[in-house]
Design a protein around this ligand. Sequence first.
Ligand code: SAJ
Length: 437
Amino acid sequence: MVKEDLIEDIKKKRANISVLGLGYVGLPLAVTFANAGFNVTGIDPIQEKVEMINRGESYISDITNAQLRKHIDSGRLRATTDYSVLAEIDAVSICVPTPLRKTGDPDMSFIASASEQIAPYLHRSMVIVLESSTYPGTTREFVLPKLTANNNLKVGEDFFLAFSPERVDPGRKDYTTFNTPKVLGGITPACTDVAKAWYEQAIETVVPVSTAEVAEMAKLLENTFRMINISVVNELAQMCERLDVDVWEVIDAAATKPFGFMKFTPGPGLGGHCIPIDPLYLSWKMKTLKYTARFIELASEINTGMPRYVVNRIQDALNRYRKPLNGSKVLILGVAYKPNISDMRESPALDIIHLLREKGAIVTYYDPFVPELDFENIQMTSEKDLPASVENVDLVAIITNHAKIDYNMVVDKAQLVFDARNATKDVPKASLKVIKL
Ligand code: SAJ
C-alpha cells in the first residue's frame, strides 16, 4: 500500500516537498509547488542564495520578491543548505546543472552529488524526480544505483523514481512552470503513477510517458531539433553570401509558407546553457554505444564555426575600406547570448572578442545588460556612451540585437556596421554602411 498511501498524502497536500537546486528551474518549481498548497523546503549548497530566499528576496527574474515573500511569510516555503531535512521529506525534485566538461563530455558531478546527498535519507514512501537535462539512461543507470547503494529499498515498491525534463525559458512571460506541459516518465509504471499524481497537483498539464528514457530522450529531441535547425540557417547564410543573396530576405520569404516550415535565423553562434549543450549529451551517449550522431556533430561544427566566420566577414568589411583588422577599432554591440537578457553563458560574443584580439583589433563593447565581462582571458567594462563609442571606432559589430538599442543612431553615427542579427532591417539607408551576415 506504499504507493496508494503516498498518492493519498500527495493529494491531501500532507506530503512534504523538497526541491534540490534553486536556480532558474528549481526556484520557480519550488514556488509553483508552494502555490499549489504544499509545504516546500528548498535545498541549495550556496548559503547566500538560501539566505536571500529566506528573506523573501528573489535572485531569479521569473520570480518576483512578492511571489516569494508570500510563501516565506506564511511558512509554506523555506530554504536550507542542510540535506538532513530530507529525512522528513516525501517528494524531491532534483534541479541541478548539467554542463559540459572542457573535454566536451557530460559533467555529471552535480547529479552525482545530489543523488549521493539524498541516498542516506531515502526512505519508504518517497518519490524522486530528476529534472536536469541529461542523456537517456541517466535516471536508471546513474541515479538509481547511487540512491540504493547502501539500502535494500526497492524502486517502484518502496520508493519511486522518475524523470521530467525542465522546460523553463527564462524571461518568457506567456509560458511559466505552471502552464508549460510537463513530460514525465518513471523507472516503473508505479513510479510514473506516483510522480504524475504529485506533479499534476501543481502543474496544469502533465504528460506521462512509459519510461524515464522516453522522457529523457524527448527533451533531447526538443533541443537537438532547435540546434540543428539553427545550424541549417547558419550554413545557409554562408551559401547566400557566396551567391550574393540576402539570407534574411530568403528566410522571410520562406516563412510566408503557412505550413511545413519553421523560421530560424542565422547568427554569430549558439549560446546558452541548453541548446548548444543538451544535444552533445545525446551524441556522447551514442558514442558509448558505438554510434555516431552525425547530424548533431555536423550541426555543432557549423554553429561553433560561426564566431570565426563572423570575424572573417568583419575583416573583409574593413578590407573594403583599406583598413587592416590589425589596429582597427571594433565595437561589439550586444554580448549576452540572446537579446534582452544579461546571461553570458556560452555567449559567442566571447569567442568573437577573443578572435578579433588575436588578429590585432582594438576591441571595446557596449551591452546595457552586461556592465562587466570577467572570463578566463577577457576582462572588460562596457562602454558607457554609445553614440560617442560608435563614432569613435572603425566598425560596429552588432552581435546581439537588444531591442532597447537605437539602431538608427548607430547607423547614422558609425563609419561601418557589420550586422550579424539583421538588427538594422528597418533602418533607412542602412545599405550604405551596413554589411549583413
Ligand atoms: N539562436 C539563433 N537562431 C535562432 C534561435 C536562436 O541563432 O533562430 C541562438 C540564440 O541567439 C542563442 C541560442 O541560439 O544564442 C539559443 O537560443 P534559444 O532561443 O534557443 O534560447 P535558450 O537557450 O534560452 O533556449 C531555451 C530552451 N528552453 C529549454 O531548454 C527549456 C529552448 O528549448 C527554447 O525553445 C528556447 O528557450 C525558446 O524557445 O526561447
